[in-house]
Write a protein that binds this ligand. Structure first.
Ligand SMILES: NC(=O)c1ccc[n+]([C@@H]2O[C@H](COP(=O)([O-])OP(=O)(O)OC[C@H]3O[C@@H](n4cnc5c(N)ncnc54)[C@H](OP(=O)(O)O)[C@@H]3O)[C@@H](O)[C@H]2O)c1
Length: 478
């Protein structure tokens, strides 16, 4: 493995201590990173190397999800450095460049991680460019950009233009940590490493698809950020649309970044833009009661904390199959799942009680917290003439592979970026296309204030309006 230096901007922050350092340390002790690894923290916080190490050691005590020895920590700690500097100061970036050259010798591979507020992304990349840190003369240079990537189509386009002034698209890794989850990647394996699902994976057999990302937490300490953003920007532009593309995409010709991302783009471009009338009828925006009293939230805020949408993918495979997407905060349970509802048998030869229909088959891809796959089908109830009963065939990741087999999403993504595999990162056109899909909805919600903002009780299943959205199609949330 070739040596690599990872430079983290925002190294004093929450993401670094909760996710990045625990993931890097775990990769290091599993020997998945090169032994010649350096992790350089950069930020305004006045740490030196020792205080940075102490800060990260405390973070590991709190956030490492695995046991480690003092010897392992000492080996890792020796790879950690810190440089105090400002994100807008050319002189500080020159010092960073000098420090990295001194650490690496002549040629080094560098992964820059922008774990800072998005308003600083372009300035940091510009200064890296101005100080010649992004030139690939011998070693590679890659930059991971955190989310959110823009707040609408215009700002995402502008950010892409700013990044492309200095970086080639192949050097940019836009991260969506959802794609680092094993169960999300498993959607592709389920579909394309087996032959039994794919023949059924279309409008002839599938009646509808539901994608739910439910959280129990509220805005917590992120009130100021969240109140200007809302659920559509925070969850749909990235996580939910990414899950949709993985369910709906055609089989790529190969398992490489460009082939996968080309197929995802085709799905997004097949989703028709909704008219204002459709937005009023087929979208729900809602807020949990008590949101306006949260810290740093405006007392008259109309920011939605819950949304539900009905979308279609207009291609041969999916024409007419509704995709129902919903996500919200302060809901009854934390759960991310995709439910594929198959069509009912065209004719039942079994006598059913009056008004009862045969239960449809369901394939449930459970992303979190219970990571697995469940297939619901009908069997004959014992000791009856012809009664059917629904049963589940279950696959549970932890039971099959052991409780610690599923790594933290950031581990996968950091390793992929080190190895130059961008499959699980979002390409510029993908990010812009996702924004252009949501743009009319955001406009109708925010400018025209339609449909009316609904409210729901914290700890509930969400607003009643979301139930009605499906009732129009004779469906229920599953
Ligand atoms: N935390 C998460 O779980 C999470 C999840 C998804 C995405 N993200 C994204 O990851 C990035 C970092 O998130 P984070 O939660 O770690 O952020 P954070 O803790 O608020 O900030 C990271 C660091 O950036 C510097 N900073 C913060 N605000 C600044 C400002 N206004 N001006 C200049 N410097 C500032 C601070 O470092 P210094 O003062 O030392 O320079 C701070 O420690 C953000 O883009 C965020 O949207 C985070």
């Amino acid at each position: 493995m070739t040596p690599v230096t990872i430079i983290i901007f925002g190294a004093s922050g929450d993401l670094t201590q909760r996710k990045l350092i625990p993931s890097l340390f775990h990769l290091f002790i599993k020997r998945k990173t090169p032994r010649e690894l350096f992790v350089v923290g950069f930020g305004a916080t006045p740490y030196d190397d020792e205080r940075f190490r102490t800060h990260l050691r405390e973070a590991l005590n709190q956030f490492a999800a695995y046991p480690f020895t003092e010897e392992e920590w000492a080996l890792f700690a020796a790879r950690l450095r810190y440089l105090q500097g400002r994100y807008t100061d050319l002189a500080d970036f020159k010092r960073l460049g000098e420090m990295l050259r001194a650490l690496e010798g002549e040629k080094g591979n560098r992964l820059y991680y922008l774990a800072i507020p998005p308003s600083l992304f372009s300035s940091v990349v510009d200064l890296l460019g101005l100080t010649n840190q992004l030139v690939e003369d011998g070693g590679w240079r890659r930059v991971i950009i955190e989310k959110p990537f823009g707040t609408d189509l215009q700002s995402a386009r502008l950010l892409n233009q700013q990044l492309h002034r200095t970086l080639k698209e192949s050097q940019i890794y836009r991260i969506d940590h959802y794609l680092g989850k094993e169960t999300v990647q498993n959607i592709l394996f389920l579909r394309f490493a087996n032959t039994i699902f794919e023949p059924l994976w279309n409008r002839n057999y599938i009646a509808s698809v539901q994608i739910t990302v439910a959280e129990t937490v509220g805005v917590e300490h992120r009130g100021r950020y969240y109140d200007g953003v809302g659920v559509l920007r925070d969850m749909f532009q990235n996580h939910l649309l990414q899950l949709l593309t993985l369910v709906a995409m055609e089989p790529p010709a190969s398992f490489n970044a460009e082939a996968l991302r080309n197929e995802k783009i085709k799905v997004l471009s097949a989703i028709p833009t909704m008219s204002e009338e459709e937005i009023v009828r087929y979208t729900v925006r809602a807020q949990y009661r008590g949101y306006r009293q949260e810290k740093d939230v405006a007392p008259d805020s109309n920011t939605p904390t819950y949304a539900a949408l009905r979308l279609f993918v207009n291609n041969w495979r999916w024409q007419g199959v509704p995709f129902y997407l919903r996500s919200g905060k302060r809901l009854a349970q934390k759960q991310t799942r995709i439910v594929i509802r198959f069509k009912e048998p065209p004719l039942s030869m079994f006598p059913l009680p009056p008004g009862k229909r045969m239960n449809p088959n369901l394939l449930v891809l459970s992303i979190q917290p219970d990571e697995g796959i469940h297939l619901r089908f009908e069997v004959k109830a014992p000791d009856t003439l012809a009664e059917t009963r629904s049963v589940n065939m279950e696959f549970d990741y932890a039971r099959a592979f052991g409780p610690s087999a599923v790594p933290e999403a950031y581990e996968r993504l950091l390793l992929d970026a080190i190895q130059g595999d961008a499959s699980l990162f979002t390409r510029a056109d993908e990010s812009e296309m996702a924004w252009s899909l949501l743009e009319p909805i955001l406009h109708t919600w925010e400018q025209k204030e339609k449909p009316a903002l609904a409210f729901y009780e914290p700890g509930s299943e969400g607003p009643v309006e979301a139930e009605r959205l499906l009732e129009q199609d004779g469906e229920v949330w599953l």
